[in-house]
Design a binder for this molecule. Sequence first.
Ligand code: 9D3
Length: 238
Amino acid sequence: MNESIIRRAKEAGQVQINITNIRDFATDKHSMTDDRPFGGGEGMVMKPEPLKTAIESVKVKNGSGHVVLLSPQGRQYNQKVVQELSGKEHLILICGRYEGVDKRLIDVSVDDEISIGDYILTGGELAAMIIVDSVTRVLPGVLGCSDSAEKDTFSRRLLKHPQYTRPRVFDGVEIPEILLSGDHAKIEQYRFLESVRRTLERRPDLLAQEYGSFSKAEVNLLKKNQLFDQIKKLHTGR
Ligand code: 9D3
């Protein structure tokens, strides 16, 4: 939270990041925030009272916030959710630990439950950092002007074409000749086709949804390169 773009955004006052230790809100002498599950079974469950007091204290200090619980049971995070969260004035991110959080606390105090993907972490802290990182970079002024172009490539939902830089020959491998031609229209066509080929290969799920968005010129280009039928097949399923 103290490097690079996030640091700069903090210093420019575009985002504020505060950390609250739930254990500070435990009431017993051992500062316990977890306990054994009713009904038995493995592991521990996060107690509701310390979490409720912690959330309330953050709300008192910083005004009401949108409370997000990071948990494997949440809806899946993506760029659309990033945009949604970036519109909130104040986010309160709760990092789950152990086997989960008492359901009554979730019902009373949590507005939103989010998972960052189908793999298992040891806790919600890294998930919360991913939210902070991805939401901060879309806030106004954080990235400067390159931002709008980036949004376009995402709303298009194609993977990016490959990139090359100097040297012109690396390990005996040349770069594609077209990139040296200076013909920017041809280069754009080449990059578009490479994007489509990559997306077909690695993320056909994205292309299936993109079928309707190609311009007439793009459709012609795809047809000329025997790519259109594959995309159509993905879209229609035959
Ligand atoms: C071994 C424990 N698991 C039993 C099958 C349940 C479990 C509990 C707690 C699994 C992971 C965690 C900790 N994970 C998170 O808190 C978490 C998470 C994740 O693991 N994957 C993707 N997104 C998220 S957001 C929070």
